[in-house]
Design a protein around this ligand. Structure first.
Ligand code: ADP
Ligand code: MG
Length: 240
């Protein structure tokens, strides 16, 4: 099981946001995606999920189907003003098993509650999602991913606007998931978090700058190169 990108280019109105990326995310990997603003990190995750077409190359999910990849977008897809409980939102992770109108059986209820317990939201199951803090809401979104029981978890800046205590609690949950054999691919912008939790890093600045062991990739030379490439792209945005 792996996610393979072969020569992937993704463009918006024929302007490439990410180009000619070759990359394999192996099963049970723990990869950070790192790069300057506008480097194409979110675009790459959307292309992996099939939400954006490739203008060159292709993304392959090897020995996996859509339900095997759980995805947390940078902008949450959840309208927090809708009347929905924490339990109901978390149970949406069962969508691939039960569909929109399926009932939740006792075992599935237990899984939802167990996922909420893991993110320390077990006592909030009946709370309305409109009444949660940012950190609590992010915990619930992670619980929803856990319930899906996917092979890979893709997370796009999951800790934005989340307090440090919650961030580290959720990083611990991700580490545990990884130790249980899940692949984790997360866009992060905090060096310390990446260094402490992610053995591997993919550095992107519209193109692949480097990938490999985090200690090798997050060096001054490669980070400067990524920044230079990002600036060059801004100046020369319409060049093929
Ligand atoms: P990152 O997540 O690394 O900050 P993005 O993938 O969001 O970067 O964006 C990469 C580039 O593509 C940026 O230059 C951005 O302005 C552009 N872009 C992103 N989304 C769109 C869109 N929907 N339409 C046009 N351009 C976009
Ligand atoms: Mg982004």
């Amino acid at each position: 099981m792996s996610i393979v990108l072969e020569n992937v280019t993704v463009s918006y109105q024929s302007r490439p946001a990410v180009h000619h990326v070759d990359m394999t995310f192996p099963s049970a990997c723990m990869y950070a995606i790192f790069g300057p603003n506008g480097a194409g990190k979110s675009t790459m995750l959307k292309a992996i999920m099939g939400l954006l077409p490739c203008s060159t190359g292709a993304v392959r999910w090897q020995n996996m189907q859509r339900r095997d990849i759980a995805y947390l977008p940078q902008q949450s897809d959840v309208d927090r003003s809708q009347p929905m409980s924490v339990f109901e939102l978390t149970a949406m992770g069962l969508w691939y098993e039960i569909g929109f109108f399926g009932g939740v059986n006792a075992a599935q209820r237990q899984r939802v509650q167990a996922a909420l317990n893991r993110v320390e939201m077990g006592d909030f199951a009946h709370r309305a999602i409109s009444e949660l803090s940012n950190g609590q809401f992010q915990r619930v979104l992670l619980a929803r991913m856990l319930v899906q029981d996917a092979k890979f978890l893709l997370l796009d800046e999951p800790f934005n606007a989340v307090d440090a205590k919650t961030t580290y609690a959720l990083l611990e949950v991700l580490r545990q998931e990884n130790r249980n054999g899940k692949g984790i691919v997360a866009v992060l912008h905090d060096y310390e978090q990446v260094r402490a939790y992610f053995p591997h890093t993919f550095l992107i600045a519209r193109e692949k700058v480097a990938c490999g062991k985090t200690e090798d990739v997050l060096c001054d030379e490669l980070l400067l190169k990524a920044n230079a490439l990002a600036h060059a792209a801004e100046d020369d945005a319409w060049c093929e």
